[in-house]
Design a protein around this ligand. Structure first.
Ligand SMILES: NC(=O)c1ccc[n+]([C@@H]2O[C@H](COP(=O)([O-])OP(=O)(O)OC[C@H]3O[C@@H](n4cnc5c(N)ncnc54)[C@H](O)[C@@H]3O)[C@@H](O)[C@H]2O)c1
Length: 309
């Protein structure tokens, strides 16, 4: 992607900042981010001449004016946190759904070429028909999952009603540099790595034989750009399509670090799903493919980043 004018909502967050880093040298980028979880330090070039950062809530920005001349939108700003969404579903709806509808209206009024929306495997909720295809029933189990499913319906509706092009990318378990290790809801990979580096004993819930489908953040970036450039409109799982147990993951991380630390096994967490696996065949629609054989080197890159923190 080159010489385009791009809006990245949530561009100071974990995934959004990687997208901005990739685009900034050859495109004009506007970020809207209220810094609720994101930070300017996530950006490789926070003062780049091609960059404008609007530090505001998406609900408080005059989008009609701002979207004038924008080619593509990567929409990531969200309450990206399941427990918080359960505590405050109204706030979750305001941030995740209301702001998205306002963005869609401004996008169609400004003839934006395409909007690429960050959706989530949380829309599948307790649907256990693995590997999960995009045509499977959505069965969210949290306001967060519901908000993503509702946004997907709005995206399709705006495509059908006004011809606004879109992709909703359903990310599975994303990992990589810049992922928040301090959050009380930190994901399993940053949790294991930071706990081990700090001399602690990582915790595994249940017997560790639960499986997940991990995807590297740089693959998420490439999938977003490929989606924007593709002619396909619709929903696409973005995942490796490979399952790995938490025990296997733990072993790879301890081996890579050269640590011999036993994990502490705790009772299963209520509501945790046993298995999660994507059918990734639809990724060819956006001309993108993920190679899982890079998993160990991607973990190494992630570990090296955590070592610098
Ligand atoms: N990380 C994952 O594993 C994962 C998986 C599936 C989907 N997603 C989705 O990808 C997107 C990015 O996730 P992330 O992991 O980078 O999370 P993140 O919390 O690091 O990024 C979200 C960004 O949005 C900003 N933001 C939040 N509410 C805002 C608002 N009202 N106005 C303006 N900015 C706001 C935050 O400050 C932050 O910079 C989210 O939409 C999330 O739901 C993430």
């Amino acid at each position: 992607m080159k010489d385009k004018k791009i809006l990245v909502t949530g561009g100071l967050g974990f995934i959004g900042s990687h997208i901005v880093d990739e685009l900034i040298e050859e495109n004009k980028v506007i970020i809207i981010d209220n810094k609720s979880t994101g930070k300017v330090e996530n950006l490789k070039y926070p003062y780049h001449e091609n960059l404008l950062i609007i530090e505001k809530d998406l609900n408080d920005v005059d989008l009609e004016e701002l979207l004038n001349g924008i080619d593509y939108i990567f929409h990531l700003a969200a309450m990206a946190n399941v427990p918080l969404s359960i505590d405050d579903p109204i706030k979750c709806n305001e941030v995740n759904v209301d702001a998205t509808v306002k963005l869609l209206i401004a996008a169609k009024n400004n003839n934006v070429k395409k909007i690429v929306f960050s959706s989530s495997c949380a829309v599948y909720g307790n649907n256990t028909n693995m590997p999960l295809k995009e045509t499977e029933l959505v069965c969210p189990t949290s306001p967060y999952g519901a908000s993503k499913a509702i946004c997907e319906i709005y995206l399709k509706t705006f495509y059908e009603s006004y011809g606004l092009n879109y992709n909703a990318l359903r990310y599975f378990n994303v990992f990589g540099p810049k992922q928040d290790k301090n959050s009380q809801y930190a994901a399993v990979i940053p949790n294991f790595i930071s706990e081990l580096l700090e001399g602690g004993q990582p915790e595994i819930y249940g017997d560790g034989e639960q499986t997940r489908d991990f995807v590297f953040v740089k693959d998420i970036v490439k999938a977003n750009i490929a989606a924007a450039e593709s002619d396909y409109n619709g929903i696409v799982n973005v995942a490796s399509g490979e399952k790995i147990t938490i025990n296997e993951l733990y072993e790879i991380i301890t081996n890579t670090l050269g640590y011999d630390v036993e994990a502490k096994y705790l009772p299963e967490r209520k509501g945790d799903i046993k298995h999660s696996l994507a059918d990734v065949s639809n990724m060819k629609q956006i001309n993108y493919e993920i190679d899982f054989k890079d998993f160990e080197s991607q973990l190494k890159e992630t570990i090296n980043w955590f070592k610098t923190k």
